[in-house]
Write a protein that binds this ligand. Structure first.
Ligand code: SF4
Length: 127
C-alpha cells in the first residue's frame, strides 16, 4: 500500500480551487479544498487518466489569414496531445470555413473531432 498526497488545481471553472488529493495505490481516497463535486471528479480523472482540451491551428488556403484556429470537441488523453498536434500540422484546408466545421474527424482514432474555432472567409470575400 502506497499512500501519497498530491496538490493540484481544479481547472474545471475559473475558481481554480487548490486541492489536496490523497491517493492510495493509484486510487483517489480523499479530496480536500474543492468547492464542489466537480473538483473531486476532476481529481479522479487527473490521477487515473488525465485529459486536456487541444487548441491549435491548421494551414488554410485562400483564407483571409494563413492559419485557422481549431479546438477539440472534447478533452483528449494528455499523453496523446503532442501526437494530435503533429497530426494537425499535416492538415491544410481551403476557405471558406464555418465555425464548428469538422477539420479532423476522430483524430488518431480517439473518438474526438477537431473543429474550426472560428469562421474564415475566402480572401476575395474580405470586404
Ligand atoms: S472544485 Fe468546483 S468551484 Fe472549484 S474550480 Fe473545480 S469546478 Fe470550480
Amino acid at each position: 500500500m502506497t499512500v501519497e498526497k498530491r496538490t493540484m488545481n481544479c481547472i474545471t471553472c475559473p475558481m481554480g480551487c487548490e486541492m489536496t488529493v490523497t491517493i492510495d495505490d493509484g486510487i483517489v481516497i480523499n479530496v480536500e479544498g474543492n468547492s464542489c463535486l466537480r473538483g473531486k471528479k476532476y481529481a479522479e480523472v487527473e490521477v487515473t487518466a488525465p485529459k486536456r482540451m487541444l487548441t491549435s491551428t491548421v494551414k488554410i488556403k485562400g483564407g483571409i489569414l494563413p492559419l485557422l484556429p481549431v479546438v477539440s470537441q472534447a478533452p483528449l488523453p494528455k499523453e496523446k496531445i503532442l501526437a494530435c498536434a503533429r497530426e494537425l500540422r499535416k492538415i491544410s484546408v481551403e476557405a471558406p470555413i464555418v465555425l464548428g466545421q469538422v477539420i479532423c474527424g476522430n483524430i488518431l482514432g480517439l473518438g474526438v473531432n477537431v473543429i474550426a474555432a472560428r469562421s474564415m472567409k475566402q480572401e476575395e470575400q474580405k470586404v
